[in-house]
Design a protein around this ligand. Structure first.
Ligand SMILES: [Zn+2]
Length: 108
């Protein structure tokens, strides 16, 4: 009587993502704002700073002043955004004192 060797867990997790705060593989849900920006810093652990530059019109001087917004966002290991990447971030529950956004995809 022959016995076939059982296959071990055929289901493989995508890139080994076991982050509970991943919007795709974890249990983190998003709601509210959806923003785009460029990654300005990836020095923190699983967190990036997403910066978007915009211009404000000054009516009195009929000119524009450039301004920027920097938002710390959670960076799940399966996305792993680096400095210079353009990303989309979505608002989620507060993950730490400063982080309440999560990176959901890289944009080309
Ligand atoms: Zn993931």
């Amino acid at each position: 009587m022959e016995e076939k060797p059982k296959k071990k867990a055929a289901k493989k997790e995508a890139k080994g993502c076991n982050d509970v705060n991943c919007p795709i593989h974890g249990s983190l849900s998003t709601r509210g704002a959806v923003l785009e920006g460029d990654v300005a810093s990836d020095k923190m652990d699983k967190t990036v700073v997403v910066q978007s530059d915009y211009k404000i019109r000054l009516n009195k001087y009929e000119r524009y002043r450039s301004s920027k917004s920097r938002i710390p966002a959670h960076n799940p290991p399966c996305i792993d955004a680096k400095v210079g990447d353009r990303v989309r971030i979505r608002e989620c529950r507060k993950l730490s004192r400063t982080v309440s956004f999560v990176v959901t995809e890289k944009l080309d």
